[in-house]
Write a protein that binds this ligand. Structure first.
Ligand code: PNS
Length: 161
């Protein structure tokens, strides 16, 4: 039974995240999408809303479960009983941050393995922060995010205007 964690902030989930989760779900028996629940970090959506958007967006993937975590990823991995972490790579500029994170995690827990999956080229420019910016100015976002994210973003920025 190969179980892997896909950690992130998911503020909110994009089609790029969804692409990575779908690929990972085809490779591993179980994927735990682990949402960082860190009160120090400023998020557009509170944890409850991020989880609801994720639940709606991942319902079609039976081997994907959803959990929150706080603190170190390595401790959460131990708690989950796995040493496998999935991360997506979009372009070369992701590499520095991902390399730093992977080596830090490996220093903390030597058997932690980070598996990198490349996103589809169509999503190589996409990030939650880009989507938040476009949505803030009422730009078109339906091709960038799953419907639950699009609806939540529209509501958030309609409320704000
Ligand atoms: O989607 P993100 O924001 O790029 O995800 C980053 C995340 C949540 C994977 C990363 O910040 C993380 O693992 N945070 C938990 C704290 C931790 O373990 N830090 C040590 C590794 S840098």
């Amino acid at each position: 039974m190969r179980k892997a964690i896909y950690p992130g902030s998911f503020d909110p989930i994009t089609n790029g995240h969804l692409d990575i989760i779908g690929r990972a779900a085809g490779i591993f028996d179980e994927i735990i999408v682990a949402v960082l629940h860190n009160d120090d970090k400023q998020h557009l959506f509170p944890i409850g809303e991020r989880l609801q958007i994720l639940r709606d967006s991942l319902a079609h993937l039976p081997n994907v479960t959803l959990q929150t975590f706080n603190g170190l990823l390595v401790d959460f991995a131990v708690q989950c009983g796995t040493n496998l972490v999935i991360r997506g790579l979009r372009m070369v500029s992701d590499f520095d941050y991902e390399f730093q994170m992977t080596l830090t995690n490996r220093q903390l827990k030597s058997d932690l393995e980070t598996v990198f999956l490349m996103t589809d080229a169509a999503y190589s420019f996409l990030s939650s922060s880009v989507v938040r910016q476009v949505a803030a100015y009422h730009g078109k976002i339906d091709h960038l995010v799953p419907p639950a994210s699009a609806q939540a973003l529209r509501q958030r920025f309609a409320d704000a205007s």
